[in-house]
Design a protein around this ligand. Structure first.
Ligand SMILES: CC(C)(COP(=O)(O)OP(=O)(O)OC[C@H]1O[C@@H](n2cnc3c(N)ncnc32)[C@H](O)[C@@H]1OP(=O)(O)O)[C@@H](O)C(=O)NCCC(=O)NCCS
Length: 179
């Protein structure tokens, strides 16, 4: 079993998903605005939210990296998930995000995703990370661009098109990885 690392940003703690996050996690995934651009586009009931949470935790054990729960330092509240994903069938190492509806528009996704991306360069030595963004998901497009992502491709992904935004490691890290 690997220990899921904890990271801190100015306003957030990135930590392992826990059972006491579940009600807030299920509430987030039951909201159509959370799932419109994810998977098959449909909201999740509690059973499928449970499966989703268990899959994300299992992903850490199987791959050694994954998605973190986001807790706001100010009040300890669960405000979303962000991190790295590459389950079976994924085209590349993905940086993904989801923020609870009432916490959007405050830069939390940017803050968490930037920290997860820095961790991928530093701890995984990843040569490239991507975000798979459904056409029309303007919030994610803006976020990917804010993180330095460049739109390089469009692929068929989970039976629908997705724009591929690619990120590359900072030059100094890429050089040291190359030896
Ligand atoms: C995609 C998603 C995570 C983006 O959330 P978000 O809150 O818009 O993103 P950020 O947290 O980076 O916030 C950016 C916004 O906050 C504003 N903001 C406020 N304070 C800020 C700060 N300190 N730093 C940065 N931005 C700040 C920005 O101006 C920006 O607003 P704008 O989009 O009107 O320009 C959110 O819409 C979501 O959860 N969607 C559902 C899940 C989903 O579709 N995931 C995508 C799968 S690919």
């Amino acid at each position: 079993m690997i220990e899921i690392p904890q990271l801190r940003t100015a306003r957030l703690r990135l930590t392992a998903l826990r059972e006491d996050h579940f009600d807030a996690y299920a509430h987030m995934l039951a909201d159509p605005s959370s799932t419109r651009h994810v998977g098959d586009g449909k909201p999740l009931d509690r059973l499928n939210a449970w499966r989703s949470m268990a899959m994300l935790l299992g992903h850490w054990m199987l791959r050694g990296y994954g998605m973190w729960a986001l807790e706001r330092l100010e009040d300890g509240r669960f405000i979303g998930r962000a991190g790295l994903l590459k389950p079976e069938g994924w085209p590349d190492l993905e940086l993904g995000w989801m923020i609870t509806p009432d916490a959007r528009g405050r830069g939390y996704a940017t803050e968490a995703a930037q920290t997860a991306l820095d961790w991928a360069w530093r701890e995984l030595g990843a040569p490239r990370v991507v975000s798979l963004v459904r056409p029309g998901d303007t919030a994610s497009e803006k976020l990917a661009a804010r993180l330095g992502g460049e739109r390089v491709d469009t692929v068929e992904f989970c039976a629908a098109p997705a724009h591929v935004y690619a990120y590359h490691p900072p030059v100094a890290l890429a050089r040291s990885a190359a030896g």
